[in-house]
Design a protein around this ligand. Structure first.
Ligand code: SAM
Length: 763
């Protein structure tokens, strides 16, 4: 039986009431070996690992208790009870197998008494430490090599999905690594003698020099294996703790891994050794910027460039730098526009550094590791968070707001892209597996982030965490020990945005789009409405742009949709119910009021459409009979909602299919008339994510019918509809702006853009 079959089989046994299976030591070792081989096989073949579908939070407990590691609190494996969190206890154990990383980091451990058990550590490995092809067993085992002694606080013992017992921990803070000379160990003796493998690193460091480690680190860095580069530089530092280059290099590794606090620490250590080390200063400036310590970041860059101006006797540079410094000081005193303008200044400094070709090693300002853009948050002062009745908090306009006003540029607090979820790399972007995997990894990323930078916890813990949650953690109490994994999981559930990106990211063109799951703090306070929303969001990399979709009146609540209004009522309701939302928008009220008979008829019509008609090819069907069938479906749908048929978005798909059928049939005028109706409908209901598709389709259709002027008009409109949500109002006829706009449209894979180029529509 392969591992999947074993698991499913055991799971069914369990369902049928069989007793949980507790394996012997040898069985556990054999099982782990099989599991490791299985995972390696999956990783090498780049397959999806089925285990990633399991994103349930199994460790149901409120808060972590910090356990004192003294003999009276120790518990052994034989004392563990199933389905119980042993609060206040710790299990002293050591790793006896290699580790394998699927959803969790899995290994076998043994306790002092020599009894063995499986251990699954969730959220233990930061996503940014996982290389593109997934972690190999060798790499995973470097986190906790064989022989590592652990104290597992508050151990949770459970029956896994495979029906076997296992220890599970969701909170990495509960896993304490015990050094072999720890006082605690003098009080105990291990029953078994395991043979520890000689692991690389410390042993080999006796032979290699610090510079050898630097070279090896640089090689790994070149291959973007940042975790290995980190190990090599760290070994070098152990040998030569005054080596400025090693600290500066390790600081860059931390930047690439988005570990900004550590990046700052290393850069500062390097600067303590050599206060004029330019690369260390740049890395310090970048780290400070990411930590949102903008004034300090500006000062760091300013000092660096000032030194450069003095050294090169460049008066012009000296003056420019002073000018930027002044601007920054004004920002400090005004503190009006959030932190957005600091970034402009920081970028000016960086441009100076680059254009002067000073060899500061800062060419890759935008990280190569992922599409995370260097930017700060911006929130317009025309909106504020207020209580909005039963919905809780929400954004409200405190002034009249014109259409297309930029309301927010928000950088993801944390985001995970599908490409980063190990074995899920080449999967279909719409599969559930990937979504769940990205959400699981998002939890890990946030937990890890808060361990390093506990002060960030406040803004995340303040987000909505479900009806039963109360804000328990006060800012003073937040420490790395108090990462509340369960609360974060709930916050992800209620607040994560799951977004499709067409942007050219990861330095490669992604045809099928890129899926990301992230938390954006300020946008999380927008409440939902299916239609009549007044703001729209667009993603570029990890930035979310929020703009006014139409003019907004002072006092109006700002809403966006969580679920696409074009989805059927039943599907929307199901999704919204999960978030505790009983939507009171015009569309939901109308659909709720319809009789069951009407609802069932609509479902039947939809089923007929889905099964009989497969646009856009319509292969093997007579176009005439297809057109007749589509027209009859439309008539039936319209009769179900006679007064409000323009609010039946299920008509959109059917009408689009009819327009394509007419097009294929050569009835271009009829096809265009339908498209124009659909375009009008999407404009009327602010469905901007559909409007530009219809206008570019219209541009294409008019090109085919040789109506060039009309085609140009629709092409410009399509460009406007697609790009204005990102860059705001613009004049399409301005040729300079148009070339920028075309570039963005191309990056966003605008439909029919190549045909439009060929037809000369942008001249
Ligand atoms: C992302 S949060 C939005 C901000 C939230 N209101 C708060 O106080 O932080 C999502 C939660 O807001 C509430 N919510 C959002 N839209 C709503 C609506 N249209 N009606 C009722 N509750 C809504 C639900 O409790 C939902 O789970």
């Amino acid at each position: 039986m392969n591992p999947e079959e074993t698991i499913i089989n055991n799971f069914f046994n369990l369902m049928l009431g069989a007793q949980p299976i507790r394996r012997t030591r040898q069985q556990l070792l054999d099982n782990q070996e099989r599991w490791i081989n299985h995972l390696e096989n999956i990783r090498k073949k780049n397959l999806v690992n089925f285990e990633t579908t399991n994103s349930t939070f199994a460790n149901k407990k409120a808060n972590t208790v910090d356990v004192e590691l003294v003999p009276k609190n120790r518990i052994s494996i034989s004392q563990l009870q199933i389905n119980k969190v042993h609060t206040g206890k710790f299990l002293l154990c050591r790793v006896i197998t290699k580790c394998a990383k699927s959803t969790a980091l899995a290994m076998v451990i043994e306790d002092l008494e020599g009894e063995a058990e499986r251990l699954a550590l969730h959220n233990y490995i930061p996503v940014n430490k996982i290389p593109p092809g997934g972690l190999s067993v060798e790499q995973a085992s470097r986190f906790l090599p064989i022989g590592t002694i652990l104290a597992i606080q508050n151990p949770y013992y459970k029956i896994s999905q495979d029906g076997q017992t296992s220890l599970r921990s969701d909170n990495p803070n509960e896993i304490v690594i015990i050094k072999s000379n720890d006082k605690l160990l003098t009080q105990f003796r291990w029953k078994t003698n395991i043979e520890l493998p000689r692991h690389s690193g410390i042993e080999t460091s006796k032979i290699l020099s610090a510079d050898d480690f630097r070279i090896r680190g640089n090689e790994y860095f070149g291959k973007k294996d940042f975790m290995s580069a980190f190990d090599e530089y760290s070994h070098g530092i152990e040998l030569d703790p005054q080596n400025v280059t090693l600290y500066a290099n390790r600081s860059e590794v931390h930047l690439r891994l988005s570990q900004f606090k550590e990046a700052l620490d290393d850069a500062e250590t390097a600067l303590k050794i050599d206060s004029k080390h330019p690369k260390a200063a740049i890395r310090k400036g970048k780290a400070l910027m990411h930590l949102k310590r903008y004034t300090e970041s500006v000062n760091t860059f300013c000092t660096l460039l000032k030194d450069e101006a003095v050294n090169t006797l460049d008066k012009k540079l000296g003056k420019e730098i002073e000018e930027y410094r002044k601007q920054a000081q004004e920002l400090d005193s005004e503190n009006k526009h959030g932190n957005y303008n600091y970034i402009k200044i920081i970028n000016e400094y960086l441009k100076k550094i680059e254009t002067r070709e000073i060899n500061f090693g800062t060419k890759e300002w935008v990280h190569l590791g992922g599409p995370r853009l260097d930017h700060a948050d911006y929130v317009s002062n025309v909106i504020e968070i207020k209580q909005v009745g039963k919905k809780g908090r929400g954004w409200v306009a405190n002034n009249d707001i014109p259409q297309h006003t930029l309301l927010m540029v928000s950088k993801a607090f944390e985001i995970v892209f599908n490409q980063e979820t190990r074995t899920c790399m080449n999967t279909n972007s719409s599969t559930k597996i990937m979504k769940e995997a990205t959400n699981t990894e998002l939890l890990t990323s946030i937990v890890q982030k808060l361990r390093v930078e506990p002060t960030l916890a406040r803004e995340i813990y303040d987000l909505y965490a479900g009806p039963e949650s109360i804000h328990t953690t006060s800012p003073g109490k937040i420490s790395s020990k108090s990462v509340d994994v369960e609360r974060i999981e709930k916050i992800i559930f209620y607040n994560a945005f799951q977004s499709e990106f067409m942007w050219e990211i990861f330095n490669q063109k992604i045809d099928h789009g890129c899926f990301g799951s992230g938390i954006w703090i300020k946008p999380s306070y927008f409440n939902h409405s299916c239609i009549d929303t007044n703001v729209q969001r667009i993603y570029l990399g990890d930035l979310m742009f929020v703009r006014a979709q139409r003019p907004i009146k002072k006092g109006e609540e700002l809403t966006l949709f969580y679920t696409d209004p074009v989805e059927p009522f039943e599907k929307r309701t199901k999704t919204l119910q999960k978030f505790g939302i009983n939507c009171q928008c015009r569309l939901c009220k109308l659909e709720r009021a319809e009789s069951n008979k009407v609802k069932q008829l609509r479902v039947k019509i939809q089923e007929r459409f889905n099964s009989d008609i497969t646009p856009p090819q319509f292969e093997g069907v007579s176009l005439d009979s297809l057109i007749a069938e589509l027209e009859s479906l439309i008539e039936e749908l319209e009769s179900l909602r006679p007064k409000n048929y323009d609010l039946d978005f299920s008509l959109m798909n059917v009408k689009t299919a009819l327009s394509i059928a007419y097009h294929k049939n050569g009835s271009f005028t009829k096809s265009i008339t339908i498209l124009e109706q659909l375009h009008h409908l999407t404009k009327k209901h602010n469905l901007f994510h559909y409007s530009y598709r219809f206008s570019s389709l219209l541009a294409y259709s008019y090109t085919i019918t040789a109506k060039v002027e009309k085609a140009k008009e629709y092409f410009k409109l399509a460009l406007y509809e697609m790009i204005a949500p990102i860059i705001g109002n613009f004049d399409v006829s301005d040729s300079q702006i148009r070339s920028d706009v075309l570039l963005i449209a191309e990056k966003l894979n605008m439909p029919h853009i190549n045909e439009a180029k060929l037809a000369g529509l942008m001249d």
